[in-house]
Design a protein around this ligand. Structure first.
Ligand code: G3H
Ligand code: 13P
Ligand code: ZN
Length: 307
């Protein structure tokens, strides 16, 4: 099946109160693991590519690999740009075959964010490409920009932003953050704020970034085999389920994939120090990604069986 734009998928997800995973792809095994999970779970899926991933693998490699992987699949697959920093990268990937882009102007002042997001919408819409924008700022690192504190999304500003930009969906800041160290104490998300944003923008699709749960069993497994990943916290799975009932149709997961890959590769290397066939390491990583993503689709996002 050719790549699809997510318009219909998100409409169904909004109505059905489930979310579709935006899973970050960096190499062949991660891509294969995600797609194997989507096929097993009969779930739509969003493959998302950051600027860093595009640089690491190369635009043509990524696109050709995704095309090869999806040519024979019967599940709907969206190819999405994660955290596009400016108009140029959004234009480049739209011209290069992506079906969805994120323009991340969240670090700019409000009016500048509106201007750059609108520019991308004007280029993408006539080409049938979906545009996700962001308002508010997540604590932590986003594409080399470090924010010391959250800047939560204001519902009234969200309405003005959506009206002025015409963006198809909006990533909101309600307390999630990127990476494996999300909370100092216990996990808190501002669901009141999310409800207010949903009420202010009825029927409008919202997006949650920084939504890895950082499963402790995977962290412990990685550490058992020599990693030193300490003090991690993620978003509890029940909070993600709840968000999916409040207008959030896309939930982004990258960190959990990274930890699953790290734990699986370390296990093989440590258990058999004489092994040096890379397929053993990368194959174990692919299996681990498949297992993780299938779990997300079935037990967290609610997207299993929705095609
Ligand atoms: O939002 C950030 C994603 O986890 C992508 O990370 O820019 O290191 O590929 P990256
Ligand atoms: P995590 O770091 O929580 O996996 O978030 C990923 C993300 O938001 C990618 O855009
Ligand atoms: Zn993100």
């Amino acid at each position: 099946m050719p790549l699809v734009a997510p318009h219909e998928l998100f409409k169904k997800a909004y109505e059905g109160k489930y979310a579709i995973g935006g899973f970050n792809v960096n190499n062949m095994e991660i891509l294969q693991g995600i797609l194997l999970a989507a096929e097993q779970e009969r779930s739509p899926v969003i493959l998302q590519i950051s600027a860093g991933a595009r640089k690491y693998a190369g635009h043509d490699y990524i696109v050709k690999m995704v095309e090869a992987a999806t040519a024979k699949t019967d599940v709907p697959v969206v190819l999405h740009l994660d955290h596009g920093a400016d108009f140029k990268i959004c234009k480049d990937v739209i011209d290069g075959g992506f079906t969805s882009v994120m323009i991340d102007g969240s670090h700019h002042p409000f009016e500048e964010n509106i201007a750059v997001s609108k520019e991308v919408v004007e280029y993408a819409k006539p080409r049938g490409v979906w545009v996700e924008a962001e308002l508010g700022m997540l604590k932590g690192i986003e594409e080399d920009v470090v924010a010391e504190e959250h800047v939560f999304t204001e519902p009234e500003e969200a309405v003005e932003f959506v009206e002025k930009t015409g963006a198809n969906s909006l990533a909101v800041a309600i307390g999630t953050s990127h990476g494996a160290y999300k909370f100092k104490g216990s996990a808190v998300l501002d669901f009141d704020r999310l409800e207010k944003i949903q009420a202010a923008l009825p029927g409008y699709p919202l997006v949650l970034h920084g939504a890895s749960s950082v499963p402790q069993e995977l962290v412990e497994k990685a550490n058992k085999y020599g990693a030193k990943i300490d003090g991690t916290t993620g978003i509890p799975e029940d909070m993600l389920r709840k968000a999916a009932t409040l207008g959030v149709v896309k939930i982004n997961i990258d960190t959990d994939i990274r930890i699953a890959v790290t734990a699986a590769m370390r296990e093989v290397m440590i258990n058999d120090p004489r092994e040096f066939d890379p397929r053993k390491f990368f194959g174990a990583a692919r299996d681990a990604v498949k297992e993780l993503v299938a779990h997300k689709m079935r037990n967290v996002l609610g997207s299993s069986g929705k095609i």
